[in-house]
Design a binder for this molecule. Sequence first.
Ligand code: SF4
Length: 264
Amino acid sequence: MSCLPLQKGILYGPIDSRRLGKSLGINLMPTGYKLCSFNCVYCHYGWTEVHALDAAPFIKDMPSHDDVVDAVESALKSRLEFDYLTFSGNGEPTLYPQFATLVERISRSRDRCRPGLKIALLSNSSGLGLPEVKSSIKYIDIPVFKLDAGNEDVFKSINRPFPGVSLDGITANLRSLSGIMIQTVLVTGDPGNVGDEDLNEYFVRISDIKPQYVHIYSIDRPVPNTSIARVLPDELERIAELGGSRTGVPFKAFFIKQQYGHGA
Ligand code: SF4
């Protein structure tokens, strides 16, 4: 079995998600390759083909702002049923040039066509150092950020970030936001992030960030690094319970991953 194919266009789904209800995905990234600032060992789209923090050189391969707004407005005006619009797709959505401007336009379309519909973002957290990306969060109803590690070594081995992206930097940026959700993928093997010390350090970061809640997952599909394995449901439940009691933040364990991006 191989990893999932990339999304073929701007919109995908709607996908039934226990987390978000029926979610219509928005893919801003190229359709011919995965463009991401991470290269996670568990990514269900396979290894990152273009590893970058600056996506400007690849703009010719991405849809224009007008194309994205037109596609979303057509869906909003159609009879298609969905509960959320979710920015995710073939890599890290916040790499998209002038991301905040686009999100503001989508939120205005939503207000005009389907007020009350929620907008979600699934992000790997690496773009939050940019004021442009931080300013987009005010238009997002459900901002979900990835945090898989408690120390830099685990971060580098699990998420394989673009050089210069640090876990400390990400933690500081996440701490500066309020009302965010954290999603975490836990794996065992080489590399893994569920050793006692790994979890202790991870819980310290969650306490520091103080998100609204944390959702934890493991893997249930083919992944690019075959020396990792899934964390079993009982163990995920135990970690969720431990996380809640150590941090005071509500944790929830999920056992089936959803197919709308970011490997989780
Ligand atoms: S899981 Fe998300 S952040 Fe990680 S490589 Fe895949 S698309 Fe990028």
